[in-house]
Design a protein around this ligand. Structure first.
Ligand SMILES: O=C(O)CCC(=O)C(=O)O
Ligand SMILES: [Fe+2]
Length: 270
């Protein structure tokens, strides 16, 4: 073990499940565990090919907040609608064309996010659907591109009730996020999980600048170093962050998952 990996906090194994099953999903939804981390979920060679496509994609843009602006993303995410009618229209009008673009990129293979959608539809007791907001289709299947050394996500949380008042989200009691990693650095690019929601004051800071100063909070409870092809699902309502990549880009595909009680279906968007 080299000096850098020796410093990495060891994951608390009882907090992380390594298989995606109905049981682990229900445990994650009810916060009995902190994450599901499935190694070798998606083939390494296909991941590598699509990380190149994502990094060179014509729709590659950037997040808009202070701390996240160096992180690239392909296609417009819902967080960029910012309660503005014009942006909301743009997001929903682009949703299906963007989903189809991503699917066409992979065709005749299955994209990692389409694969996750199918599995969760089968595993969650009442299935899973694409999210609609005020009846309008959402996009799902964003690529995220972290630049070497400059991109990181400070501790933050993601919750869609801060982005819309659509009636379709009223039943969500948790929000999960699934990430599939297509390219990862050897060192850095760790996912940090605090396993708690931010305080009211922390929430305000996150809304303002999209992240907390890591020195201002306690160390994370769980730190996971994803490998190429891994799937990690965790609660995005709880504090999480991504450390900077030391040697290469870090590319992932992500889907948010609205999580009601098990008698209602899950819902996907990006
Ligand atoms: O890239 C990751 O590991 C997680 C990024 C993140 O903040 C999220 O998916 O909400
Ligand atoms: Fe996040």
């Amino acid at each position: 073990m080299n000096a850098v990996s020796a410093q990495r906090p060891v994951e608390e194994t009882n907090l992380v499940a390594h298989e995606l099953t109905t049981e682990t999903l229900l445990q994650l939804a009810s916060r009995e565990i902190g994450a599901i981390h499935v190694r070798n979920f998606y083939p390494e060679d296909i991941s590598a090919r699509f990380s190149e496509k994502a990094m060179n994609h014509p729709a590659l843009g950037h997040y808009h907040k202070k701390y996240t602006s160096s992180v690239g993303r392909v296609y417009m995410p819902h967080i960029d609608t910012k309660w503005k009618a014009e942006e909301i229209d743009k997001y929903h009008n682009a949703a299906l064309p963007s989903i189809n673009d991503v699917r066409a990129m992979y065709f005749p293979l299955l994209s990692p996010v389409d694969y996750v959608r199918l599995l969760l539809q089968e595993l969650w007791p009442t299935g899973a659907n694409l999210l609609r907001l005020h009846g309008r289709t959402c996009f799902v299947g964003a690529f995220r591109v972290f630049q070497p050394t400059t991109s990181e996500f400070y501790p933050h949380n993601d919750q869609i009730d801060q982005e819309t008042d659509a009636p379709e989200i009223a039943s969500f009691i948790n929000q999960l996020v699934a990430n599939i990693y297509l390219k990862v650095p050897e060192v850095g690019g760790d996912l940090q999980l605090w396993l708690r929601e931010p305080t009211a004051a922390e929430k305000q800071t996150i809304l303002d600048v999209e992240g907390l100063d890591p020195a201002s909070i306690e160390p994370p409870r769980v730190v996971l170093h994803p490998e190429v092809g891994d799937l990690i699902i965790f609660s995005s309502r709880m504090l999480h962050g991504v450390t900077s990549c030391k040697d290469t880009h870090r590319v992932g595909m992500a889907a948010f998952i609205g999580c009601p009680t098990p008698d209602k279906p899950l819902a996907f968007w990006s």
